[in-house]
Design a protein around this ligand. Sequence first.
Ligand SMILES: Nc1ncnc2c1ncn2[C@@H]1O[C@H](COP(=O)(O)OP(=O)(O)OP(=O)(O)O)[C@@H](O)[C@H]1O
Length: 357
Amino acid sequence: MVRLESISKSFAGKDGPVSALDRIDLSIAKGEIFGIIGSSGAGKSTLVRLINLLERPTGGEVFVAGERVTDARGERLRELRRSIGMVFQHFNLLSARTVARNVAYPLELTGRYGKDEITEKVARLLARVGLSEHAHKHPRELSGGQKQRVGIARALACEPQVLLCDEATSALDPQTTGAVLDLLRQINRDLGVTIVLITHEMDVIRRTCDRVAVIDRGRVVEQGPVTDVFLHPRHPATLRLVREAEPDGGSLEAISASELGSSTVRLTFTGPNAHRPILGRIARENVVDYAILAGRVGHIREAPYAQFIVSLSGRDIAGAIAGLRASGVDVELQGGPQTEQTAVTSPRVGERALHVV
Ligand SMILES: Nc1ncnc2c1ncn2[C@@H]1O[C@H](COP(=O)(O)OP(=O)(O)OP(=O)(O)O)[C@@H](O)[C@H]1O
């Protein structure tokens, strides 16, 4: 639905050009919820302005729905911009207009709809975001979450193919964030609209997205299904973002090399395995003990996961690891030397050998 091919963007700086984005390749499929995450200054805002065609790249090509739009101009450019709805961090509502008239605004701008048609469309949009009773209020009378619902209704008014959400929950408290993310997922399910979520919070990605790209200093440093990137972060920028999402500062990612012996493994249980008593059974069968050094349990969207760093000791450690793997547990050795039989290639990107006994 949106494809960026080797996109670069630089700005004129005092001491020469400043590179904000450097050869970004991204392909966002129709109907998916795609997350773009990075810390401050990574290039997120620049990327947003390129996707919604407010800026032109210095190099590379932008495609929307298969069409090359890098040089689109005039009416075609306005039409393309209408096909990309925007949801902003600070809502950007018009304070003098009521809720209903804020949502009506983009429809009025097109000049294509009569008054009755706009009234009917606005009523449907407000019902979708749960604000029918607030239609005649002004933004100052609404909570942050309600304001963002108005922002979402307004972004959907022109029936966009893509909804671009730029830090849409960053100004909201955790509970309201959850409700707004649920609403976005429902809209994605009901309308099939492609959603691109730009955020600096890994938790937003974990709860909402199908796939994610991590940007750092203007480059995509890691991308893939959220389950893979969240549970097996590789790039230091991704590790930092995952760590920030952990309530205790990320004990799993923060564990020091000195704590990792040659029988220390990272075990990842996903899907139904997260609820099966596999670890105890394997320990009994192979006469091994285990000490849990760090761990986390939770959900990625609806799917449960559990991940532990475990130190194994006892009779048949190799047998225990083979048994865990045969039960569908992902096992990565965290320390000790790698041998020829034990190296396997990562199924995600094939970029790193995992150490497995
Ligand atoms: N108009 C501009 N002129 C010069 N440099 C710019 C301009 N816009 C962005 N930059 C630079 O490009 C880099 C990326 O900035 P950008 O605003 O895209 O990052 P960001 O990830 O959105 O950060 P934040 O989360 O803090 O908004 C930064 O180094 C920034 O200083």
